[in-house]
Design a protein. Structure first.
Lengths: 311, 642
């Protein structure tokens, strides 16, 4: 245990109060996917190596209480919101308020939806939900870009999150590669529809000629340990301690990115997966770490893992 | 098996249940509780009946169950042969949302005009219900009802003045709908435009409500002699005063073959007046009043009724059925174990009890100690303080424990078992600065205070806690630990208390009223001399309250923050009879007062004290100002003077 523990004047809520708060959230938001035994098990990861064990548990529970979980209904709702924002954007652009129906059909007629990433990645799953929720005709979804109809002028990608910039932006990298393989794409309008994006990622993709439509924009306030973090807006005296704590245990499981991919510091996840930009103490499994929300990694190599269990 | 689990108590708002759910969850209160009328009378009594009760007492469930739609489903579910039979009556569940009712006032339109417009609306609303019912009979091939030409002509004539303009029921329904739409359009435009309400036809009160019923009875041969239309109007408290006057008039001049059942909150009558300025309705003469809570609270069948409600829900959950866990007591336990609870609190620190009673003598302490039951040790201290010697007490206690003879045994046993057991538990909680736990089916029945909704919500929260704690254990063993039950009861108490502030009118006053009453009763329960055991009631002469205090007081009743005991009682021995009220027992876990209500002593308040109790400061607690008389040998509790 470190000796330089700061003692903030304002205490975090007690462990019991935090667990009670998480219990209430569990019923409504987490749809009972989280129970006390999971939490207790997860808390065993924290051994009192940075602060007193009880304070570490409080910090961990405080972070968990602030974790935003998007359940199935919410993801479906996001699909609808995203589509409505997309249509709104195009209609506003065309200034066609008086003939919305006709122009909506025209817009859709010239657009095709395409998965951002390989089949099996989250985009394919989101695309499926997106089509279902918005009742978009199946023929508007394509699996190849090399035989596009001449009338199509817009390609729309759909994904759940777009958080990184530069070299770490998977969306930019993937679309760039698609353009190289399909030169006709270079003349098309490219749109990325994403539930959640950071303001930096939106700016970066814009510079790559990719327009972003999103429901939720994250900025520095959403980063857990930034000075303006919303998570610690009331208990700001605990921010430094919490960062120290999360970095220490993050280093055990993800030394390269102890606070999440690209220093994400985010606190959210979906019912089907947790983004790697979220703090690894929630999802990592390395070094016998017990995750509270498991992350399903992409297996880019051609390995079949643990095939034996199916034989 | 875990996949079949669902919180059995997660749905309980009868307003949003469909007819199938009403049937599925229905538990007949008449099977368990004596309401002063029979189930048959709910339909057959020609006089109007008013069902009063707080939120969650089951009024809506009850009225909806009696409605024709649900009754028809019931007969079909139970395969009762309805061929060629009309039921002996048809009940129509009528609930008009508060915002709609409130839209019939203001905007520069005179009260007189609004009354005409609302009367027209209400006539159409009921006519619509009648016509939909006839339409469903017409379509029902099992029921042999011949709608004669004369019936259609008379109905058409009533609605339009012409016997041919509306030839069938579909046309009539469309016509009525179009008239309702005219009113709805007027209501939506009047806030913005200076317009007059116009319609080709404006119906007077009783014209359609009594007229259509009459046409049906006269023209349909198959209608039984005693057939009744029962109009069941729910949430009557939401009707504006003028609107209530209109319906009160219908109640007063009710015709044979048609009657009313009103569901409303306590004190839900805004007026007893009728449209005629010199007449009013009177309980007994014009209607019967059944107060749900009062019957439920006092009835010994109430807990059986709750058990039936709970067990029906449990039996819908497959995993519980498979594990033979279909009795709510399997989960909550039947009754609390006060001795065990006391032992858990006291542990090995028995000495602390003596220091609170200022008992220092070693020999006395030795004789008064009771390791196996700390409740008895507190009782011993109490007796000691009341003048018994430690030897006498020890002898009585031993006699009680081992079943021997002793001159004081009978009183000792009575004091412990009948009189003070629960109070002793509160004293232990006070001495050891712990909260008393509230758990078990029996306790929850009491805590719900006659409000079925509270009981269901207590159970829902318990199951939610237990599921979060360990779903597998819940499903397999059923047992919900008492600390989780206690958490659930406290949560509900907190939620209910906080919700008081949201009450639009008097919210803050009522909040402080509950807080101050709770605090007062808490202090009685912390009195180590137990001068007034389990005091959680007060008396007041409502007729002496000032107008504003009376309004707030009645709002407290309407929201079931306080509940009137069914019969007036003496405030205390030798005093005059007055209305007695209890603070809703659902709050007990916050204030740590008894979950049950005993007779005996009541706090007595006058008008200014009630007013003060509705302010933040409250009033001074009286018991602390009292002096206990010098204790003499043989004096008992009733001899203590103040």
């Amino acid at each position: 245990m470190s000796n330089n523990t700061r003692s903030p004047k304002l205490s975090l809520p007690s462990e019991a109060d935090l667990i009670n708060q998480i219990r209430l959230t569990s019923e409504i938001v987490w749809e009972k996917k989280l129970d006390k035994s999971h939490i207790t098990e997860w808390l065993t990861n924290f051994k009192g190596e940075v602060f007193k064990k009880s304070y570490e548990d409080q910090l961990a529970l405080w972070l968990l209480a602030n974790f935003v979980f998007y359940n199935e209904n919410e993801v479906k709702h996001l699909c609808k919101m995203l589509y409505s924002d997309f249509i709104h954007k195009l209609i506003v652009e065309q200034d066609v308020a008086n003939s919305i129906d006709i122009n909506y059909k025209k817009i859709l007629g010239r657009s095709r939806f395409y998965s951002l990433g390989q089949p099996g990645e989250s985009s394919s799953y989101i695309l499926y939900l997106f089509r279902q929720q918005n009742e978009i005709p199946l023929k508007k979804f394509i699996s190849r870009l090399d035989n596009l109809d001449q009338t199509v002028d817009t390609i729309i990608f759909v994904d759940d999150v777009t958080l990184s910039t530069g070299e770490k932006s998977q969306a930019a990298k993937y679309i760039r590669q698609l353009k190289e393989n399909n030169p006709s794409l270079k003349t098309k309008r490219i749109l990325l529809l994403t539930f959640i994006a950071t303001d930096d990622a939106i700016d970066y993709l814009q510079s790559e000629n990719i327009e972003v439509v999103t429901c939720i924009i994250l900025d520095k306030r959403h980063k857990c340990f930034e000075e303006d973090s919303m998570v610690f807006s009331y208990f700001n005296e605990h921010l430094e301690n919490a960062k120290k704590f999360a970095t220490h245990y993050g280093n055990i499981v993800k030394p390269a990115n102890p606070l999440g991919h690209n220093d994400g510091q985010f606190l959210f996840g979906f019912y089907y997966n947790t983004p790697d930009n979220t703090l690894p103490i929630f999802w990592a499994e390395e070094n016998n770490w017990i995750p509270i929300r498991k992350r399903y990694h992409k297996n880019y190599q051609n390995k079949l893992l643990n095939i034996g269990k199916y034989i | 098996m875990e996949n079949t689990y669902k919180n059995p108590f997660s749905e309980y708002n009868a307003n949003v249940m469909d007819n199938n759910m009403i049937l599925e969850y229905w538990s007949n209160p008449f099977s368990f509780v004596e309401f002063g009328l029979t189930e048959k009378e709910v339909f057959s009594d020609p006089n109007p009946i008013v069902f009063m009760g707080g939120r969650g007492t089951g009024k809506t469930m009850f009225l909806r169950y009696c409605s024709y739609d649900v009754q028809k489903k019931l007969l079909s579910r139970d395969h009762t042969d309805t061929t060629n039979k009309l039921l002996n009556g048809a009940g129509f569940y009528i609930r008009i949302d508060g915002p709609i009712l409130r839209s019939f006032e203001g905007f520069g339109v005179s009260d007189e005009k609004w009354l005409v417009i609302f009367t027209h609306y209400f006539e159409l609303y009921i006519a619509r219900a009648y016509l939909a019912y006839f339409h469903s009979l017409e379509k029902d091939t099992k029921i042999d009802v011949k709608f004669t030409k004369k019936f259609f002509e008379d109905c058409s004539a009533l609605l339009t003045g012409s016997i041919t303009s509306l030839p069938d029921l579909s046309e009539m329904i469309s016509f009525v709908d179009s008239k309702i739409t005219e009113i709805n359009l007027f209501r939506s435009q009047i806030p913005l435009k200076n317009i007059e309400f116009e319609s080709e036809f404006i119906y007077n009160s009783q014209y359609l409500i009594f007229g259509i019923a009459d046409v049906f009875k006269k023209n349909i041969l198959e209608v039984p002699e005693d057939f009744k239309f029962v109009l069941m109007i729910d949430e009557y408290e939401n009707f504006l005063e003028l609107q209530q006057r209109l319906i009160n008039t219908l109640l007063k001049f009710v015709k044979p073959g048609i009657t009313f059942r009103l569901g409303m909150r306590l004190e839900g009558f805004r007026t007893y007046d009728t449209i005629s300025t010199d007449d009013f309705i009177k309980e007994g003469r014009d209607y019967r009043n059944i107060i749900f809570e009062e019957y439920l609270i006092k009835s010994s069948g109430y807990s059986k009724y709750l058990r039936d409600i709970a067990n029906k829900r449990l039996s819908k959950i497959e995993c519980f059925v498979q594990n033979n866990l279909t009795d709510i007591a399997d989960f909550l336990g039947e009754k609390e174990d006060l001795v065990l609870e006391a032992i858990e609190i006291v542990g090995i620190k028995h000495e602390k009890i003596f220091s609170h009673y200022s008992i220092d003598n070693k020999d006395d302490k030795k004789l008064l100690t009771c390791i196996e039951n700390p409740l008895l040790q507190v009782l011993n201290c109490l007796w000691f303080k009341r003048g018994k010697t430690s030897k006498e007490i020890n002898s009585a206690m031993k006699a009680y424990l081992i079943g021997a003879a002793d001159p004081n045994l009978s009183k000792y046993k009575m004091d412990y078992v009948d009189k003070y057991k629960l109070s002793l538990m509160f004293i232990i909680a006070t001495i050891y600065k712990k909260d008393k736990s509230y758990y078990s089916f029996n306790t929850f029945s009491y805590l719900s205070s006659g409000i079925v909704g509270h009981f269901i919500e207590l159970c829902r929260r318990c199951f939610q806690y237990a599921e979060f704690e360990n779903k597998k254990t819940l499903i397999e063993s059923g047992n919900i630990p008492k600390h989780l039950q206690s958490n659930a009861s406290r949560d509900l108490a907190e939620t209910e208390l906080q919700q008081i502030r949201r009450i639009e009118k008097f919210g803050n006053k009522l909040y402080f009223f509950a807080l101050n009453l709770g605090d007062t009763f808490k202090r009685y329960h912390r009195d180590i001399l137990i001068r007034y055991p389990e005091t959680n009631q007060f008396s007041v002469d409502k007729t002496l309250l000032t107008t504003s205090t009376k309004d707030a007081f009645e709002a407290a009743q309407r929201w079931s923050i306080i509940q009137r005991k069914q019969k007036t009682q003496q405030q205390s021995i030798g005093k005059k009879k007055n209305d007695i009220f209890i603070l809703n027992r659902v709050f007990a876990p916050i204030f740590q007062f008894s979950y049950r209500t005993r007779g005996g002593f009541s706090e007595e308040y006058n008008s200014s004290e009630i007013t003060a109790l509705m302010e933040k400061e409250g009033i001074e607690f009286r018991l602390e100002k009292t002096r206990v008389k010098q204790i003499t040998k043989n004096n008992s509790q009733t001899e203590l003077g103040f």
